[in-house]
Design a protein around this ligand. Structure first.
Ligand SMILES: Nc1ncnc2c1ncn2[C@@H]1O[C@H](COP(=O)(O)OP(=O)(O)OP(=O)(O)O)[C@@H](O)[C@H]1O
Ligand SMILES: [Mg+2]
Length: 335
């Protein structure tokens, strides 16, 4: 079931006499319950697009549906009501520095005119959810970055939204803290069924938690698909750059520079094992192989492995080996 539907979104700004098209005709559907990532370089239009979803930015053209409601048709007052179904978190947390953790989390509840008792009960639940029990009376300056983002998440979830929008939620955090926030997002998605739409410039974030990904470049979506598919078979050059961010990939590239044989990347998903397959493929031929690199990793819940091999032998035999490998279910790409 689709939850978010963007149709033909255009957003242009007038900056000093010139027109900037930050988002150019983007259409996108996000299914209920999925974690959808949008990745792009700085200035690609990620934040602008994300802010069009809750109409913090008003699109120049196009429509935004969340659930059955077309947000782009609402009055400002109706929009305020609908926005409670859409939580948002930010790179720099955007907490109120003069308010305590409890007050920060209670802020959207107070706006929704809840009683004091209801409000405190809900804040306690949220503190538990984000594992910040015992920090309620602290001020943001007394918290680490990861703890601040947990407060941001609790605040965003206060009114039980259907959707959580995340604008570079982990970009200001170190890798370990990033992982803990990403696990929290996974947990929230699994436990509460909240649909998550996030933007990032880090492929690690996409790989760790997203189901689908769209790559945005200069205001346009240049590639979209299941994370596994996009990750293993990136088509657009910008997508390839992002996939190369994952350390294994760029390390492999360096390693390969002085090799003379045919270099292949073999990819297997799930329980396929590579060694007998490779051995069987070469054993009746003159082809020899050297394994240059192997990795086993995980994309969300799916294990996958990649093996970089050098095949040495005559061309026709190498082609035959590749055909056998493909028949056995491996993805084989030339490097
Ligand atoms: N309020 C504004 N007025 C004028 N131009 C803007 C405005 N907001 C964004 N832009 C321009 O729109 C383009 C896209 O900006 P946006 O902030 O959406 O990019 P981004 O992908 O989020 O980048 P980053 O990764 O650096 O946050 C940029 O060229 C930016 O300069
Ligand atoms: Mg941005």
């Amino acid at each position: 079931m689709r939850l978010i539907q963007l149709n033909g979104i255009i957003k242009s700004y007038r900056a000093g006499g010139t027109q900037v098209e930050a988002v150019k005709d983007v259409s996108l559907t996000v299914q209920k319950g999925e974690i959808f990532g949008i990745i792009g370089h700085s200035g690609a239009g990620k934040s602008t697009l994300l802010r069009c979803v809750n109409l913090l930015e008003k699109p120049t053209a196009g429509s935004v549906h969340v659930g059955n409601v077309e947000l782009t048709r609402l009055t400002e007052r109706q929009l305020q009501q609908e926005r409670r179904r859409i939580g948002m978190i930010f790179q720099h947390f955007n907490l109120l520095s003069m308010s305590t953790v409890r007050e920060n989390i209670a802020f959207p509840l107070a706006l929704a005119k809840q009683s004091k008792a209801q409000l405190n009960k809900r804040v306690d639940e949220l503190l538990k959810l984000v594992q910040l029990e015992g920090h309620a009376d602290k001020y943001p300056s007394q918290l680490s970055g990861g703890q601040k983002q947990r407060v941001g998440i609790a605040r965003a979830l206060a009114n039980n939204p259907d959707v959580l929008l995340c604008d570079e939620a982990t970009s200001a955090l170190d890798p370990q803290t990033t992982n803990s926030i990403l696990s929290l997002l996974l947990d929230i998605n699994a436990k509460l069924g909240i649909t998550i739409l996030l933007i990032t410039h880090e492929m690690n974030v996409i790989r760790a938690i997203c189901d689908r990904v769209a790559v945005i470049d200069q205001g346009e979506i240049v590639e979209i698909g299941d994370v596994l598919q996009v990750f293993l078979k990136p088509e657009h050059p910008v997508t390839r750059e992002f996939v190369d961010q994952i350390a294994e990939n760029s390390a492999a590239r360096q390693l390969l520079q002085h090799r003379k044989g045919r270099l292949l990347r073999m990819t297997y998903i799930g329980s396929l094992t590579y060694e007998p397959i490779l051995y069987n493929a070469v054993k009746t031929t003159s082809v020899q192989f050297a394994i240059l690199q192997g990795t086993v990793s995980r994309m969300k819940q799916t294990p996958y492995g990649q093996l970089i091999v050098e095949l040495i032998g005559d061309d026709a035999d190498i082609e035959r080996v590749i055909a056998v490998l493909r028949k056995d279910g491996l993805e084989v790409d030339a490097i």
